[in-house]
Design a protein around this ligand. Structure first.
Ligand code: MG
Length: 260
């Protein structure tokens, strides 16, 4: 099932829904607990899709894909490189990614994003799957120009608009059979099976749950395959996972946004 968050035209009320063929059926309640059908249908063309989830935590992992099966290490690193992204960096489909002033390009990173469905604290790898609600597509936008020489990534990962999420949360995806793709101005740049992840999704969830309590709605970005590149103002980036959908955003310069 695909879950969406959306607004109607000329109405600021945020609604939840499930995706049917060309429509979204509005639902009432909490998608992570109890919800009900309303039978109220909205045409996709008549609504504005928002980011499908509002997490308390967004955690990413660095350098988590091999280029091919033969390059996968025999064992995953004991302490993976995790980083934190602020919730203020989230945007939905169709919203512009803003290049910070002082620089002229930022990097796209198409990623499978896991949405937690049940509280997870000190769980095992085996238990991890039981705590997943579903999956969405993320673009872990990055300004490596702001990476500190001592290795700190926070600033370069944290600017407003640096975490596009969407378009939907799919609850029935098989994460081990998924393919993560990215198209820059229509040209395919990333195309990789999730099988090439170095630290498995289960391991990531179990590890993180030993550090912080994960709660429904929290999002873990599982890393980006090889092929991520820089984007400039005027570019259009589409991150895509078959079975979830396409996350499409444009890129703008900070100065132009301020003037408009
Ligand atoms: Mg990334």
């Amino acid at each position: 099932m695909k879950f969406a968050r959306f607004k109607r035209q000329h109405d600021e009320t945020i609604l939840s829904g499930i995706v049917t063929k060309n429509c979204i059926e509005e639902i009432k309640g909490d998608i992570f607990a109890d919800w009900e059908h309303t039978n109220q249908l909205h045409n996709i063309e008549d609504i504005e899709l928002l980011e499908p989830v509002t997490p308390r935590h967004i955690i990413g992992i660095g350098a988590n894909y091999a280029g091919k099966t033969e390059d996968l290490p025999a064992s995953a690193p004991e302490l993976p490189v995790f980083f934190y992204k602020p919730t203020s960096s989230i945007i939905g489909i169709g919203k512009p990614i803003i290049i910070p002033s002082q620089i002229e390009e930022v990097k796209f990173e198409s990623e499978l994003a896991v949405v937690i469905g049940e509280k997870a604290s000190h769980i095992s790898e085996k238990e991890a799957t039981d705590h997943i609600f579903g999956y969405t597509v993320a673009n872990d936008v990055t300004a490596p120009q702001f990476f500190h020489e001592d290795g700190h990534w926070m600033v370069g990962k944290s600017f407003d608009t640096f975490t596009p999420l969407g378009p939907y949360i799919e609850t029935e995806l098989d994460p081990e059979q998924a393919t993560v793709k990215a198209y820059l101005n229509g040209e395919k740049k990333q195309d990789s099976p999730t099988k090439l992840m170095i630290v498995s999704m289960r391991k990531m969830i179990a590890y993180l749950s030993s550090v912080m309590t994960l709660k429904p709605g929290d999002v873990i970005l599982t890393g980006s395959p090889l092929g991520a590149e820089m984007m400039k103002a005027g570019d259009e980036i589409v991150c895509k996972i078959d079975g979830i959908g396409e996350l499409r955003n444009t890129v703008k310069l900070h100065q132009l946004v301020e003037q408009s």
